[in-house]
Design a protein around this ligand. Structure first.
Ligand SMILES: Cc1ncc(C[n+]2csc(CCOP(=O)(O)OP(=O)(O)O)c2C)c(N)n1
Ligand SMILES: [Mg+2]
Length: 598
């Protein structure tokens, strides 16, 4: 078949089952977007208003489904606009294929429009290196069928991640005789199993544990291992605690769920995990945020707690904590093998009658009590925590929620329980603002019939709110909850706690009076159904009205600004402060002295 380079890519995407490519065209990608037209019944081009959003949209789709989309851009600024999107996907191990137009191979270094050429020819490529799992640069059309199946192999095998494919304009246009290979023989099937001797050792530890805790990370969800995780937890009577990306790996109304671990997480998880005798960590990399900056005794106490670390990426083993037993394997295969081996060691725990179960329930109950102060508050304006409670009450169990950085992200984490994997989508590791809005579009494209709610702070929302145009144009029935507190209040909280004064965090006029755009009017202007509320009992009726429209909608909630009303601080976070703040400095140094890194 005679195909242009761009057509090879279009046909390869179709063969790989990719239904959407999101992006903004430009001269650098004209051949590509034109080639997409020929296959538009199978691969639909989706327009966005900023390239960061194209990547977040694809990322949201992957997190909701486990299947990747493509994003495309022109050369130069369009491609550079994707960096935050790629960083977000890379840090959280999410797969996205980014296709960028590039300088003609024969013009490299000659200062083509939008080329970065002064340190190296066509140097746009190097901007992406720290934020991609792998980069491919096409130099001939003939190389493209190979590059495409390598790109899918890289994106989806082992630990997933975003892949960047750089496409010189002449390579996109070059026409050759080409065959597109079947991808199923080019990507791995099956799951990598752990070493059976090590599984037995781990099983013995688990079987003998008095206070076992399982830490569920994003790897559990990526490996579709939630059922296996719950089965092992139930067999052992182990408490399950979750990282940002692990939220959803156990139904949060399960009695063994002990909530989120770390900073702005839960006291119950920190209390249980820091006192565990055996800890099984699955698909988690122990970042400072989930490990309370490695301060002994806060989230973890390793050692003496014995750590069994199961991860597909060997580089994570031993990185932040020493592992008693290291299992390098797919999370699902590892959990299946562990449960089989534990069965050989002992009978299932009658866990509901154990003292340890009572301890878990007591820790959970005392955490609920602390949480309830904000979550059950009747004050107007509503607290963010109360908004989450009301929203949860009105949505389906399998509704998908997206969030970006800010108090809202933590309010969702603490006060919006989820019950299924892939229903909680957040820019956790890179903690990017601007994620909520486009990620919700991706999730909605993945599940047109499901409720998809983007919960954004006013700051988060304003980084990508232009994508309301996309929701309106494609009539995607996403609901945006914008929690408006006229500021970057999470940052204000941090500045207040550490420095006792604040700057560039309140949205205000020169005279100090508060500023806020009217998000409700803005949403109407974009063509969304829009409402503005402020009392907690207005949330449920407003959400019902919005969902009944079956179209894109926004609810602006004017929320409480008072610090400490959205979330509860937990754990410890290493935040260096200068010596001119003696009390804070002393607290920081005391905490730091108890950190274990090595
Ligand atoms: C792209 C990006 N810029 C800056 C930050 C630092 N940051 C984290 S949260 C936050 C404020 C978020 O404000 P908003 O969305 O209004 O949420 P709030 O905390 O006010 O509820 C900022 C500036 C970030 N995480 N990402
Ligand atoms: Mg805000």
């Amino acid at each position: 078949m005679k195909l242009s380079g761009a057509q090879i890519i279009a046909h390869s995407l179709v063969k790989a089952g990719v239904p959407y490519a999101a992006g903004i065209p430009g001269h650098g990608a004209w051949c590509l977007t034109d080639a997409f037209l020929d296959v538009r019944d199978k691969l639909q081009s989706i327009m966005v208003m900023h390239e960061q959003s194209a990547v977040h949209l694809a990322d949201g789709y992957f997190r909701a489904t486990g299947r990747p989309l493509a994003a495309f851009t022109s050369i130069g600024p369009g491609s550079a606009n994707t960096i935050i999107g790629l960083g977000t996907a890379f840090v959280d191990s999410s797969a996205v294929l980014l296709l960028t137009g590039s300088v003609h191979t024969y013009m490299r270094g000659h200062a083509v429009m939008q080329e970065l050429d002064r340190t190296q020819a066509a140097n746009n490529l190097r901007m992406f290196e720290p934020v991609t799992k792998r980069q491919y640069q096409a130099v001939t059309a003939a190389g493209l069928p190979y590059i495409m199946h390598r790109a899918f192999n890289t994106m989806l095998s082992g630990r997933p991640g975003p892949v960047h494919l750089d496409l010189p304009m002449d390579v996109q246009a070059e026409t050759i005789e080409a065959e597109i290979p079947d991808f199923d023989q080019r990507v791995p099937t099956g799951r990598a199993r752990p070493d059976s001797t090590l599984v037995e050792r781990a099983a013995r530890l688990l079987a003998g544990a008095k206070r076992p805790v399982i830490v569920a990370g994003g790897g559990v969800i990526l490996a579709e291992a939630a059922k296996e995780l719950v089965a092992l937890a139930e067999y052992l009577g182990a408490a399950v605690v979750t990282t940002w990306q692990g939220k959803g790996s156990i139904p949060e109304d399960h009695e063994l769920n002990a909530w989120a671990i770390g900073t702005t997480a839960s006291h119950s998880a920190n209390a249980l995990a820091s006192k565990a005798d055996v800890l099984l960590a699955v698909g988690c990399r122990f970042v400072d945020w989930s490990a309370s900056s490695f301060r002994q005794g806060v989230s973890y106490t390793i050692p003496p707690t014995k750590l069994i670390h199961l991860d597909i990426d060997a580089a994570e083993i031993g990185k932040n904590y020493p592992a008693e037993v290291a299992l390098v394997a797919d999370a699902r295969a590892g959990l299946i093998d562990l449960l089989d081996a534990v069965r050989q060691e002992r009978r299932a725990a009658d866990y509901k009658s154990s003292d340890y179960f009572a301890t878990i329930q007591a820790e959970k109950a005392s955490w609920e009590k602390i949480l309830s102060e904000n979550r059950d508050s009747n004050s107007t304006p509503a607290t963010q925590a109360r908004v989450m409670k009301e929203l949860r009450a009105v949505l389906d169990r399998e509704a998908i929620v997206t969030s970006g950085a800010g108090l809202v992200q933590a309010a969702v984490r603490q006060s919006f329980p989820v019950y299924e994997p892939r229903t909680h989508i957040t820019s956790g590791g890179f903690s990017s603002m601007g994620f909520t809005v486009p990620a919700a579009l991706g999730a909605q494209l993945a599940f047109p019939g499901r409720q998809v709610v983007g919960c954004a702070g006013d700051g988060d929302f304003m980084q990508t709110m232009q994508e309301m145009a996309v929701a309106a144009m494609y009539n995607l029935p996403v609901l945006y909850m914008v929690l408006n507190n006229s500021g970057f209040m999470s940052i204000k909280g941090g500045q207040t706690g550490n420095f006792g004064r604040t700057t560039v965090v309140d949205f205000q006029h020169r005279d100090g009076s508060l500023y806020s755009p009217n998000f409700c009017q803005a949403a109407e202007a974009f063509g969304l159904h829009a409402q503005r509320i402020t009392a907690p009992d207005e949330v449920q009726p407003a959400v019902r009205r919005a969902l009944a429209t079956n179209g894109p909608a926004l609810i602006e909630v004017l929320v409480e600004r008072k610090l400490g009303t959205a979330t509860v601080n937990t754990g410890w976070w290493d935040m260096p402060v200068p010596a001119y703040l003696p009390a804070q400095r002393a607290a920081y140094e005391a905490g730091r002295a108890e950190e274990t890194l090595g």
